[in-house]
Design a protein around this ligand. Sequence first.
Ligand SMILES: [Mg+2]
Length: 385
Amino acid sequence: MKITGLETIVIQLPGRASYTWRSLQVPIGHYVILKVTTDEGIVGLGEAPAILSWGGEHGRYFGEDPGIVCYLIREYFTPRLLGADPFAIRALFPRMDADIRGYPYTKAMIESALLDIQGQSLGVPVHQLLGGALRDKIPLCHSVGIAPPDDAAKEAAQVVEDGIGWLQIKVPSEPAEDLAIVKAIRRAVGDEIRIFPDLNRGYKAVKTAVNSIKAMQQEAGIMAVEQPVEGIEAMAAVCRAVDIPVIVDEGCWTPQDAIEIVKRGSADVLSIYYTKSGGLIRSMEIGTIGRAAGLQVNVNGSLEGGVGNAANLHLSAALEGDVLPGVITVNTLAGREQTKVGGVFYTDDVITEPFAYHDGCLQVPQGPGLGIELDPKKIEKYRVD
Ligand SMILES: [Mg+2]
């Protein structure tokens, strides 16, 4: 089989409500869909939820947005991939990495499309290509965006009503405000719901972080904390000083990052995205490092649309070890809502069938490849470029 074309489609999904995190500077849902065509008529799909203000610690890893993704596909990746065998991922990607440094979101989008093609060609779901599924439903965590305490608490209560039992709380990294938000949420949802703040690197000093985390643990029962500070040494210092799990997100992009994190003891949980590492195969490598080191993992992302979330679900299904609930969107089609607020960041999507939601979990797609199809009418409606 040979690759015969790459087509990018830029979409803007309609938001359910305003949503933000500490360092986010653009609206979510402005993402790129890739269609890779082949001489056998099979079309593979990928999504790059590329956000220009998103990156790693201390300026490591950065710089993708829809315009850049499309430019790279047109100018660099299309000439390299035309005529290539979509089954040759392991041979193609090191060559692309040598020619075009970085841009993991663009590469992850390409890899997703190639795995989709492989799965369709073989008649197996993508998780089968990753070694097989260990679970057929994925428990979800909902991300509450930065909001005043009362608004955040109201949203949290609605999410719990929808059946989701884990909440990631985006907070502004001002200790008094952070505490007020998590306390309001704890009051609204009761003691059983698992809540943890995501600081997105926000605390400037380790001591501020440690004091704030301890206060939130004592007064609001937070069960973990995500990326409280920036840098592997600072994260390790926080890790040593608190007794709840510390999740690393901005600090963990590549398998090499994961090895460093393990060596320095700078996290207890690795947040894995199919995008940060440049694809599902390297994401699986990070999962293996985590499992081997006795760390937990979770699958998160950038609040993907349906195409990206198919990748998230296949990855979540195939990862070994202790996989905690991750922030994965409940992709919603207008008129076919499965939850009111829980997991819903967009009011519509570009896939034809939503992933089935039940009891705080999404079902892993079982069809060949990613197991999804694009809805041409929705593409027309939400296409911006
Ligand atoms: Mg995060």
